[in-house]
Design a protein around this ligand. Structure first.
Ligand code: UT7
Length: 333
């Protein structure tokens, strides 16, 4: 049986920075409030003519180069995004494939909001273990600034843009394999976090609707409470199921939504500060891109070594959630 190995990571962060100070000139908020309630200091914003696919392609290019796998060997590309270049089609994945010069490969997007990267990881694992594919490029890419209402202080302080990508490959070596992935969803909570208009649910109205009606809306405080409960249960379950102690986790890489949520989950697992990967301060919440951007951060600091075990944990609109136990298994050691 083939196993799925997490071979490489890459990320792209747009250059323009939106600080808390900048936001305090746009809506009734302050650096003090945002820092205390979220841990966010700044977020990066893509240029007007820079699309989700541009950021995804740049992150993917780096991941391919670091993987040691020739790009002609890549046979599938899956992109997690809630801010695709185009609303229905073509998928952002097909555009990224073309930008990378990848021909005749399977390419599609998935929509699982902030859990998107864990979902695409589970898809890659399943395709590889079934023997259908051998080298899969997975991407989380978001231009959330395009669907953010910059008059709503409850959401605009949270979100940023960016992309992360990884190459997942078949291996016969079980020590290199992704250990386990859990994913779940509950549409009962759909209204906590959504873009309510613009889809087939409001097809006839949408012709007369303003673009602003497609912006994200969130019941922040309710989402916060469900997030802490769900994320904590999720990581405890996956550790117990695999008989792994939290002390064996080298890098806990949570979705970067809010420092207080991350701390609550870290405390429940009795994690030490050095186990917890934090990028929320500088990138804000980049939805499906947040986990691969955070993994890339520790990789580029030289803190992610071959064989080290990562625990990924995500939660987002849908609602969706997911966790994964992933050893870093580069070909180039
Ligand atoms: O990524 C997917 C999942 N997303 C999340 O997990 C996000 C979860 N939610 C959160 O991170 C937090 O709920 C927020 C950061 C969005 C809000 O923090 P909170 O501590 O839950 O605040 P709150 O919504 O309960 O609001 C408390 C007060 C309210 O004022 P009153 O009613 O007490 O007078 C708000 O109107 O803070 C006010 N407020 C603000 N004040 C200054 C809300 N947003 C702001 C703001 N600046 N930006």
């Amino acid at each position: 049986m083939a196993y799925a190995a997490f071979r490489s990571i890459g990320a792209y962060v747009p250059s323009s920075i939106l600080t808390n100070e900048d936001l305090s000139k746009m809506v009734d908020t302050s650096d003090e409030w945002i820092t205390k309630r979220t841990g966010i200091k700044e977020r990066h914003i893509a240029a007007k003519d820079e699309f989700t696919s541009d950021m995804g392609a740049k992150a993917a290019q780096i991941a391919i180069e670091r993987s040691g796998i020739d790009k002609t060997q890549i046979d599938m590309l899956v992109c997690a995004t809630i801010s695709p270049d185009y609303f229905c089609m073509p998928s952002t994945a097909t555009i990224i494939a073309t930008k990378l010069g990848l021909k005749n490969i399977t390419a599609f997007d998935i929509s699982a909001a902030c859990t998107g990267f864990v979902y695409v990881l589970s898809i890659a694992k399943a395709f590889i273990e079934s023997g259908m594919k051998k080298n899969i490029l997975i991407i989380g890419a978001e231009k959330l600034s395009a669907i953010t209402d910059y008059t709503d202080r409850g959401t605009c302080i949270l979100f940023g843009d960016g992309a992360g990508a990884a190459v997942i490959s078949a291996t016969n070596n079980k020590d290199e394999a992704i250990i386990d992935i859990h994913t779940g969803a509950d549409g009962e909570y759909a209204d906590l976090l959504m873009t309510p208009n613009g889809g087939s649910g409001s097809a006839h109205d949408s012709l007369t609707q303003e673009a602003s009606s497609c912006f994200m809306q969130m019941k922040g405080n309710e989402t916060f409470k469900v997030a802490v409960k769900t994320l904590t249960k999720d990581v405890i379950d996956i550790l117990e199921h695999n008989n792994i102690q939290s002390s064996q986790i080298k890098h806990f890489v949570p979705h970067q939504a809010n420092l207080r949520i991350i701390k609550a989950v870290g405390d429940a697992l009795k994690l030490q500060d050095e186990q917890v990967v934090l990028t929320v301060e500088k990138y804000g919440n980049t939805s499906g891109a947040s986990i691969p951007m955070a993994i890339n951060d520790i990789y580029e600091k030289g803190e992610l070594k071959a064989g080290e075990l990562m625990l990924l944990d995500a939660f987002g609109g849908g609602l969706t959630w997911g966790s994964a136990l992933v050893p870093f298994s580069p070909l180039k050691k």
